[in-house]
Design a protein around this ligand. Structure first.
Ligand code: FE2
Length: 254
C-alpha cells in the first residue's frame, strides 16, 4: 500500500486552518502559556520555599514604575512576564544550596550565580515566553557593572531589567526574606535613592521617586494574585507578539 504523501508544516497548516481553527489554536496556545507561567511559579515556590507572592508584588511594582515611565503596552507586557519569571533558573539549582540555612560557601555562591543563565536557557525552549528572556538573564546585573552573570553596565542592561532591579530591591527591603532586616517603605526608598548611579539606573530612580510616598501606594501591590496573570499577559498582547515577522529567538526585548 502506498503511504500518503508527507506534508510540510506549512502545507498542513495552510490546508487545514480556517480562520475559526486559527483562532481556536491561538486561544489554546494563549491558555497553555498562561498555565505554563502559573505552573512554573508554583514549581519554583516548592523548590525554593519562596513565596510566589514576592514575584507578584515585584511584578506589580515594576509595572507601576514602567507606567510612570510611559512604556508602551508591549514593553509593559514584556516587563510583567519577565518580572514574574525572573528567578525561574533556580529550578535548576540544587535544593540543598537554595534552602541551606546559614552562609553559602564561595563554591555554592558560584553555583547560585548561574541562575540567570539557567533561566535564560529555560525560556529559550519556550518560544511563546522567549520574549522575556533578556530580563530573566539580566535581572542580577548592576548599573555600575558589578552584577552578574555578564557584568553588563549602564544601558547595556535592557531597560526592563533596570526597572526590575529597583522593584525587587524595594520588595526585598520591605518584606521578610531569609536574613534581611525589614525597613519601612520610606526608608527603603531613601536607601534605593542613595544607590542611584551605583546599583540602579538614575533615570529609573527619577521616575520611581515621582511615585511619591510608598505609604500611599505600597498596599496596592499586595494580594490580588488570582486575576493578575491575564492582566499582565493579555490576549491582545500575546497575539501582538506574533503579528509581525519575529526573529528566530522571539521578539526583541526592550
Ligand atoms: Fe535572582
Amino acid at each position: 500500500m502506498q503511504s500518503p504523501p508527507k506534508l510540510s508544516f506549512e502545507e498542513l497548516t495552510l490546508r487545514n486552518f480556517s480562520p475559526h481553527t486559527f483562532a481556536s489554536v491561538t486561544h489554546h496556545l494563549y491558555q497553555t502559556t498562561l498555565s505554563l507561567i502559573d505552573e512554573f511559579m508554583t514549581m519554583l515556590d516548592h523548590w525554593t520555599f519562596e513565596r510566589r507572592s514576592h514575584s507578584y508584588r515585584v511584578a506589580h511594582l515594576a509595572l507601576a514604575i514602567g507606567k510612570e515611565m510611559e512604556l508602551s503596552h508591549r514593553e509593559l507586557f514584556v516587563l510583567g512576564v519577565g518580572s514574574l519569571l525572573h528567578d525561574i533558573g533556580k529550578m535548576r539549582i540544587p535544593r540543598e544550596i537554595l534552602v541551606k540555612p546559614g552562609k553559602l560557601t564561595e563554591e555554592e555562591w558560584s553555583v547560585m550565580r548561574k541562575h540567570p543563565d539557567l533561566g535564560a536557557d529555560i525560556l529559550k525552549r519556550f518560544p511563546s515566553l522567549a520574549f522575556a528572556r533578556d530580563i530573566v538573564h539580566q535581572h542580577q546585573e548592576r548599573w555600575d557593572g558589578n552584577g552578574y552573570p555578564q557584568k553588563l553596565k549602564g544601558e547595556e542592561i535592557v531597560l526592563g531589567a533596570r526597572i526590575f532591579a529597583v522593584a525587587d530591591s524595594f520588595d526585598a527591603m520591605t518584606n521578610q526574606r531569609s536574613y534581611n532586616q525589614v525597613v519601612n517603605g520610606p526608608e527603603a526608598v531613601r536607601e534605593i535613592v542613595r544607590q542611584s548611579g551605583i546599583l540602579y539606573d538614575p533615570q529609573v530612580i527619577r521616575h520611581f521617586r515621582k511615585m511619591g510616598d510608598p505609604m500611599v501606594w505600597e498596599h496596592r501591590f499586595r494580594g490580588g494574585e488570582e486575576n493578575f496573570l491575564p492582566t499582565i499577559f493579555p490576549l491582545e498582547g500575546f497575539v501582538g507578539l506574533f503579528s509581525e515577522p519575529v526573529p528566530e529567538e522571539g521578539p526583541p526585548a526592550f
